[in-house]
Design a protein around this ligand. Structure first.
Ligand SMILES: [Cu+2]
Length: 233
Protein backbone atom coordinates (compact mmCIF):
# COMPACT_ATOMS: atom_id res chain seq x y z
CA UNK A 1 0.00 0.00 0.00
CA UNK A 2 2.78 2.34 0.98
CA UNK A 3 4.61 1.52 -2.21
CA UNK A 4 1.50 2.31 -4.30
CA UNK A 5 1.16 5.73 -2.67
CA UNK A 6 4.78 6.47 -3.35
CA UNK A 7 4.39 5.45 -6.98
CA UNK A 8 1.36 7.71 -7.38
CA UNK A 9 3.30 10.57 -5.87
CA UNK A 10 6.13 9.87 -8.27
CA UNK A 11 3.78 9.97 -11.26
CA UNK A 12 2.26 13.23 -10.04
CA UNK A 13 5.73 14.71 -9.67
CA UNK A 14 6.73 13.44 -13.09
CA UNK A 15 3.59 15.01 -14.60
CA UNK A 16 4.35 18.35 -12.98
CA UNK A 17 7.92 18.12 -14.18
CA UNK A 18 6.74 17.28 -17.66
CA UNK A 19 4.39 20.27 -17.79
CA UNK A 20 7.21 22.52 -16.61
CA UNK A 21 9.39 20.95 -19.26
CA UNK A 22 6.86 21.67 -22.04
CA UNK A 23 6.52 25.25 -20.79
CA UNK A 24 10.30 25.62 -20.93
CA UNK A 25 10.41 24.23 -24.44
CA UNK A 26 7.70 26.65 -25.54
CA UNK A 27 9.51 29.59 -23.94
CA UNK A 28 12.68 28.39 -25.63
CA UNK A 29 11.08 28.28 -29.06
CA UNK A 30 9.55 31.73 -28.51
CA UNK A 31 13.01 33.07 -27.76
CA UNK A 32 14.45 31.23 -30.70
CA UNK A 33 11.83 32.58 -33.13
CA UNK A 34 13.32 34.44 -36.04
CA UNK A 35 15.12 33.76 -39.23
CA UNK A 36 18.72 32.80 -39.88
CA UNK A 37 21.17 34.74 -41.99
CA UNK A 38 23.61 32.77 -44.12
CA UNK A 39 26.42 35.00 -45.39
CA UNK A 40 28.88 33.77 -47.99
CA UNK A 41 31.97 35.63 -49.26
CA UNK A 42 33.76 34.53 -52.43
CA UNK A 43 36.71 35.87 -54.39
CA UNK A 44 36.74 36.62 -58.12
CA UNK A 45 37.38 32.96 -58.90
CA UNK A 46 34.44 31.87 -56.72
CA UNK A 47 36.69 30.54 -53.97
CA UNK A 48 35.62 31.03 -50.33
CA UNK A 49 37.19 33.94 -48.44
CA UNK A 50 37.77 33.18 -44.77
CA UNK A 51 38.25 35.62 -41.90
CA UNK A 52 36.01 38.35 -43.23
CA UNK A 53 34.27 40.46 -40.59
CA UNK A 54 30.48 40.56 -41.02
CA UNK A 55 28.27 43.04 -39.18
CA UNK A 56 24.48 43.03 -39.32
CA UNK A 57 22.58 46.22 -38.44
CA UNK A 58 18.80 46.70 -38.44
CA UNK A 59 17.92 49.10 -41.27
CA UNK A 60 16.72 52.46 -40.13
CA UNK A 61 19.02 52.09 -37.13
CA UNK A 62 16.43 51.27 -34.48
CA UNK A 63 18.71 51.47 -31.45
CA UNK A 64 16.29 49.45 -29.34
CA UNK A 65 17.19 46.45 -31.45
CA UNK A 66 20.91 47.06 -31.43
CA UNK A 67 21.55 45.03 -28.32
CA UNK A 68 24.83 45.78 -26.61
CA UNK A 69 26.93 42.87 -25.36
CA UNK A 70 26.37 41.92 -21.76
CA UNK A 71 28.73 43.58 -19.32
CA UNK A 72 31.80 41.46 -18.90
CA UNK A 73 31.98 40.32 -22.53
CA UNK A 74 35.47 38.99 -23.08
CA UNK A 75 37.73 38.03 -25.98
CA UNK A 76 41.37 37.02 -26.47
CA UNK A 77 43.94 38.20 -29.00
CA UNK A 78 46.89 35.88 -28.56
CA UNK A 79 50.48 36.33 -29.73
CA UNK A 80 52.14 33.26 -31.24
CA UNK A 81 54.94 32.79 -33.78
CA UNK A 82 55.31 36.55 -34.15
CA UNK A 83 51.70 36.96 -35.19
CA UNK A 84 48.40 37.95 -33.61
CA UNK A 85 45.99 35.04 -33.28
CA UNK A 86 43.40 35.51 -34.58
CA UNK A 87 44.59 38.19 -36.98
CA UNK A 88 41.05 39.60 -37.00
CA UNK A 89 38.69 39.79 -34.06
CA UNK A 90 35.10 41.08 -34.27
CA UNK A 91 33.69 42.20 -30.92
CA UNK A 92 30.74 44.14 -29.55
CA UNK A 93 31.35 47.60 -28.10
CA UNK A 94 32.29 47.32 -24.43
CA UNK A 95 34.11 44.00 -24.77
CA UNK A 96 37.37 43.51 -22.87
CA UNK A 97 40.24 41.82 -24.69
CA UNK A 98 43.18 39.95 -23.17
CA UNK A 99 46.52 40.12 -24.96
CA UNK A 100 48.47 37.13 -23.60
CA UNK A 101 51.91 36.55 -25.07
CA UNK A 102 52.35 32.82 -25.73
CA UNK A 103 55.36 33.45 -27.94
CA UNK A 104 59.02 32.71 -27.33
CA UNK A 105 59.88 36.40 -27.72
CA UNK A 106 58.60 39.56 -26.07
CA UNK A 107 56.16 41.85 -27.85
CA UNK A 108 55.07 45.42 -27.28
CA UNK A 109 51.47 45.76 -28.39
CA UNK A 110 49.98 49.11 -29.38
CA UNK A 111 47.22 50.86 -31.30
CA UNK A 112 47.02 54.43 -32.57
CA UNK A 113 43.55 53.98 -34.02
CA UNK A 114 41.03 56.67 -32.99
CA UNK A 115 38.54 54.06 -31.71
CA UNK A 116 41.11 52.89 -29.12
CA UNK A 117 44.64 54.12 -28.50
CA UNK A 118 46.79 52.11 -26.10
CA UNK A 119 50.33 50.85 -25.52
CA UNK A 120 51.13 47.78 -23.47
CA UNK A 121 54.59 47.31 -21.93
CA UNK A 122 57.10 44.94 -23.46
CA UNK A 123 56.18 41.56 -22.04
CA UNK A 124 56.12 37.83 -22.49
CA UNK A 125 53.90 35.21 -20.92
CA UNK A 126 52.42 37.31 -18.14
CA UNK A 127 48.90 38.32 -19.03
CA UNK A 128 48.53 42.08 -19.05
CA UNK A 129 45.23 43.42 -17.64
CA UNK A 130 42.61 43.34 -20.42
CA UNK A 131 41.93 46.36 -22.62
CA UNK A 132 38.29 47.46 -22.89
CA UNK A 133 37.10 48.60 -26.32
CA UNK A 134 34.39 51.13 -25.53
CA UNK A 135 33.92 52.79 -28.93
CA UNK A 136 32.90 51.26 -32.26
CA UNK A 137 35.45 51.37 -35.06
CA UNK A 138 38.41 49.55 -36.55
CA UNK A 139 41.41 49.18 -34.26
CA UNK A 140 44.70 48.29 -35.95
CA UNK A 141 47.08 46.47 -33.61
CA UNK A 142 50.84 46.53 -34.09
CA UNK A 143 54.00 45.48 -32.24
CA UNK A 144 56.70 48.05 -31.58
CA UNK A 145 59.41 45.37 -31.96
CA UNK A 146 58.14 43.46 -34.99
CA UNK A 147 56.90 45.67 -37.80
CA UNK A 148 55.49 42.71 -39.73
CA UNK A 149 53.01 41.95 -36.94
CA UNK A 150 49.53 43.33 -37.58
CA UNK A 151 46.16 42.48 -36.07
CA UNK A 152 42.69 43.94 -36.39
CA UNK A 153 39.87 44.37 -33.91
CA UNK A 154 36.59 45.49 -35.41
CA UNK A 155 34.48 46.93 -32.60
CA UNK A 156 30.81 47.14 -33.49
CA UNK A 157 27.44 48.24 -32.11
CA UNK A 158 25.72 45.74 -34.43
CA UNK A 159 23.39 43.28 -32.67
CA UNK A 160 24.77 40.42 -34.78
CA UNK A 161 28.29 39.94 -36.11
CA UNK A 162 31.01 37.40 -36.72
CA UNK A 163 33.73 36.18 -39.05
CA UNK A 164 33.54 33.91 -42.06
CA UNK A 165 34.90 30.38 -41.60
CA UNK A 166 37.20 28.37 -43.89
CA UNK A 167 34.23 27.90 -46.26
CA UNK A 168 33.79 31.67 -46.47
CA UNK A 169 30.53 31.38 -44.56
CA UNK A 170 28.94 32.80 -41.47
CA UNK A 171 25.54 31.73 -40.17
CA UNK A 172 23.83 34.04 -37.71
CA UNK A 173 20.79 32.30 -36.22
CA UNK A 174 17.53 33.62 -34.79
CA UNK A 175 17.45 37.23 -35.94
CA UNK A 176 14.19 39.07 -35.31
CA UNK A 177 12.22 39.44 -38.54
CA UNK A 178 12.96 42.71 -40.30
CA UNK A 179 15.20 44.55 -42.71
CA UNK A 180 18.92 44.48 -42.15
CA UNK A 181 22.10 45.83 -43.65
CA UNK A 182 24.95 43.34 -43.90
CA UNK A 183 28.47 44.77 -44.20
CA UNK A 184 31.69 42.89 -44.95
CA UNK A 185 35.21 44.02 -44.16
CA UNK A 186 38.56 42.29 -44.36
CA UNK A 187 42.18 43.48 -44.38
CA UNK A 188 42.83 41.63 -47.66
CA UNK A 189 39.71 42.88 -49.44
CA UNK A 190 40.49 45.56 -52.04
CA UNK A 191 36.88 46.23 -53.14
CA UNK A 192 35.35 49.63 -52.40
CA UNK A 193 33.57 49.63 -49.03
CA UNK A 194 30.33 50.79 -50.73
CA UNK A 195 30.20 47.54 -52.75
CA UNK A 196 30.44 45.38 -49.62
CA UNK A 197 27.01 46.24 -48.19
CA UNK A 198 23.87 44.17 -48.80
CA UNK A 199 20.28 44.89 -47.83
CA UNK A 200 18.44 41.77 -46.72
CA UNK A 201 15.03 40.93 -45.34
CA UNK A 202 14.87 38.31 -42.61
CA UNK A 203 11.53 36.55 -42.25
CA UNK A 204 10.12 35.11 -39.02
CA UNK A 205 11.58 31.73 -39.96
CA UNK A 206 13.77 30.15 -42.60
CA UNK A 207 17.14 31.24 -43.92
CA UNK A 208 17.98 34.45 -45.77
CA UNK A 209 21.07 34.02 -47.99
CA UNK A 210 23.51 36.88 -48.52
CA UNK A 211 26.14 36.58 -51.25
CA UNK A 212 29.16 38.86 -51.37
CA UNK A 213 31.20 38.21 -54.49
CA UNK A 214 34.37 40.25 -54.64
CA UNK A 215 35.18 42.10 -57.87
CA UNK A 216 38.85 42.77 -57.20
CA UNK A 217 41.72 40.43 -56.40
CA UNK A 218 42.62 40.09 -52.74
CA UNK A 219 45.58 42.10 -51.52
CA UNK A 220 48.89 40.34 -50.86
CA UNK A 221 49.41 42.35 -47.68
CA UNK A 222 46.80 43.27 -45.09
CA UNK A 223 45.73 46.92 -44.88
CA UNK A 224 45.64 49.34 -43.19
CA UNK A 225 49.04 49.07 -41.49
CA UNK A 226 49.47 50.17 -37.89
CA UNK A 227 50.74 53.78 -37.93
CA UNK A 228 53.69 54.44 -35.69
CA UNK A 229 54.29 58.10 -36.41
CA UNK A 230 53.20 59.29 -33.01
CA UNK A 231 55.05 56.73 -30.91
CA UNK A 232 56.87 58.92 -28.39
CA UNK A 233 60.43 58.04 -27.37
CU1 LIG B 1 56.48 41.69 -31.51
Amino acid sequence: MERKVRTTLKVARWRRGCLACVATLMAGSALAAGGDLDVRVRDRAGRPVADVAITVMPRGGNPARAARPAAGAHAVLDQKNRAFVPALLVIGTGTSVDFPNNDTVSHQVYSFSPAKKFKLPLYKGVVHPPVTFDQPGLVVIGCNIHDEMVGYILVTDAPAFGRTDADGRLTLPHLAAGDYEVTAWGPYIADEASTLVRAVRVEASGTAPVAIDLRRDLRNQPEPRPGRSDWEY
